[in-house]
Design a protein around this ligand. Sequence first.
Ligand code: ARG
Length: 333
Amino acid sequence: MFAIFSADLSRKQRLQSEKCRARMNIHTTHTAEGSQPCFFMCPPQHFAVSYSINPWMDPRAWAESSATLEMEADRQWVGLRHALLAAGATIETLKPAPGLPDLVFTANAAVVLDRKVVLSRFRHSERRDEEPIFAAAFAKLAERGLVHQITRLPAGIVLEGAGDCIWDSWRRLFWMGCGFRSEPAAARILEKQLGIPCLCLPLAQASFYHLDTAFCALPCGSVIYYPRAFTPAALATIHGHVASRERIEIDETDAARFAANAVCIHRTIVLSSCSLALRSTLEERGYDVLETPLHAFQRSGGSACCLTLRLDHCSGGSSARISAEQQLGGTAL
Ligand code: ARG
């Protein structure tokens, strides 16, 4: 079916696909993004929905079938782990802690770039006890040389890690969601501490409270996003930095199954599930799409991306990107 479909691709689509593949090749061979991806994850031994800090979380519904859901979460987390390993990643594992059901969402632990770590501060008291656990885990990773600079945010500033702060390796900047959890002041702090521009995207819907629930920056420069999750100001910022041919808009159905909450490893995109239309769009751009169900975690408002934290993202030099643009005859946005 897909072979027939791709044979029918319009010339424009074929060019887009070729350009995207070429961008990925150049990007991964010339920058540190081509090295072996390393993720930080925490097994769901104590995962549950026992409080509600976003509209997906319903403790009563969880309690009604908690035994089944706990088993499902275990199975699904192992499925994700296998998918990441099969795609070529390595994984650093955090020991789960009782009483902290959301510790499994390691994307919220910190922002990490060039092995520098900016530890998170959580908005809700329910998650604040995770902070010292993540801090201790990063101290251990530092002892092993996996990260080498750990900083804390100034008092009172809230930033929920990579869940709200997404590294765009093509544009060499961070996209930061704000409005529900992280606050704009955190963007200026990150810019100072990591020396990278950080664009704020005010979020519009409580169900898409973290940026990674509605936005994913791919290594070829394309961006998957759910427009209705963003305010007009945020959309203007996205449109100002991402050319229309690079924008992959998803509809309500894909957004509702967290298709944007995807993890990209080289050319593989790992996600819980997506429509055939989105799969085809991504395949046309040269990606393999791997679905691994993560419904149990969506009951807490999370999916693939939230369950992982990349430890090896590097900002790299500017020469690789310029040479890519020159070779493709494109313009850097
Ligand atoms: N229950 C968690 C919370 O509301 C889910 C976090 C999901 N993480 C993410 N990066 N979107 O904080």
